[in-house]
Design a protein around this ligand. Structure first.
Ligand SMILES: Cc1cc2nc3c(=O)[nH]c(=O)nc-3n(C[C@H](O)[C@H](O)[C@H](O)COP(=O)(O)OP(=O)(O)OC[C@H]3O[C@@H](n4cnc5c(N)ncnc54)[C@H](O)[C@@H]3O)c2cc1C
Length: 335
């Protein structure tokens, strides 16, 4: 197998996060000689974290300029690491940071990039990248003759590497930080338990537009819908998805679930998250929505309509019931 450079950036605490460790597993399973390239303010702790991974070299670009995610500095660091390692293959986790910077780096190096890889495997001795096309409807396995070949690996496709931490020797690669116009003054984010998108959750809970429609009594119960859904998310630690109809309503300022944004949308024009289980409530289960459930292993839905899309082979279990009643009961059981 060709030699491999694994690119990883450190997190705020100086360590490597799960996606980087998953990409490390992928690189190791592929089998070529491994070089690790680290980027961050400090990289010694991260190098120590993966000291037992068997890498032939660990290279690092360090300094204050490389602590913050920013295209210009990330691309400069990655380019320097690729040149110093000189490997034909470059593997990196598809974090927002690398997804933004590495296509430009591949261009600078005269190479090629493939994003959203879901598998890396040897095919007749050569590396091959698996990815989905046409909104996750077709899966292809690609080989390429161009080098360097950069592959951005999606999270959740490989187990995170685990192994002995220790002391690792790191070769510094010096890079003059490019001029930047952006200064990062801080990060504003909601508390972690207010985040509704939780990629690591065991369950995806999808809310559809039915939550905001007139119910049997002729009235809309959006406020109760909010309480039921948020209550369930808190106790089940589930991730929240929405149908397109529901997230579009939010944008129009109608009676809606206020915590629902376009980032929650699941489907053909939304996200295709990976969770072991999914529960849909008040969502019709139309094909453009359900195509986003491709990687949900066990699917259940609650709908008043026994003829809804879920009933047509799209869910493992369909509860023909009023989702307000069901979720009230579920929440009281969880409490
Ligand atoms: C090109 C294209 C791309 C698209 N991309 C996407 C996409 O990425 N994601 C997506 O979601 N959609 C997408 N759509 C839209 C999709 O086809 C559907 O229109 C949308 O998913 C419908 O949303 P919904 O099921 O929430 O709403 P509705 O179709 O309005 O269904 C609401 C459901 O709630 C049920 N309901 C109401 N009250 C209750 C209750 N008390 N208890 C239980 N059930 C109840 C009703 O029976 C009904 O089935 C796309 C469409 C096109 C044309």
């Amino acid at each position: 197998m060709e030699s491999i450079l694994l690119l990883a950036h450190t997190e705020a605490d100086g360590t490597l996060a799960k996606p980087a460790l998953e990409a490390l597993t992928a690189a190791k399973e592929l089998g070529g000689e491994l070089t690790v390239g680290l980027v961050g303010r400090e990289t010694q702790a991260a190098a120590g974290q993966i000291a037992g991974c068997g890498a032939a070299r660990i290279l690092a670009v360090t300094g204050d300029a490389f602590a913050q995610p920013r295209y210009s500095t990330d691309a400069a660091a990655a380019e320097a690491l690729c040149r110093a390692a000189g490997t034909p293959l470059v593997i990196a986790p598809s974090t927002s940071r690398w997804a933004r910077a590495l296509p430009g780096v591949a261009y600078r190096l005269g190479g090629r990039v493939d994003t959203h890889a879901t598998n890396l495997a040897a095919q007749g001795g050569a590396p091959a990248v698996t990815r989905w096309f046409y909104r996750q409807r077709m899966e292809a396995v690609l080989t390429r003759s161009q080098r360097p070949w950069v592959a951005l690996l999606d999270a959740g496709c490989f187990p995170a590497w685990t192994g002995e931490a220790g002391r690792a020797s790191v070769e510094a690669v010096s890079v003059e930080a490019p001029q930047t116009r952006t200064t990062v003054t801080g990060v504003q984010a909601p508390p972690a338990d207010e985040q509704t998108i939780r990629p690591d959750a065991k369950l995806l809970f999808v809310a559809g537009a039915g939550w905001t429609k007139k119910q049997a009594d002729g009235a809309v119960h959006a406020a109760e819908a909010e309480t039921l859904i948020l209550g369930f998310l808190r106790s089940a630690k589930a991730s929240l998805g929405g149908s397109k109809s529901l997230v579009d309503l939010s944008g129009e300022g109608e009676a809606v679930l206020r915590f629902m944004t376009h980032l929650n949308q699941i489907g053909q024009t939304g996200a295709t998250p990976r969770h072991p289980k999914g529960l849909s409530a008040c969502c019709h289960g139309e094909e453009p929505h359900v195509v986003g459930w491709r990687f949900i292993n066990q699917r259940r839905a609650i709908n008043l309509d026994p003829n809804c899309g879920w009933a047509r082979g799209k869910a493992d279990v369909l509860y023909v019931a009023d989702a307000f009643e069901v979720m009230r009961q579920v929440n009281s059981l969880l409490a």
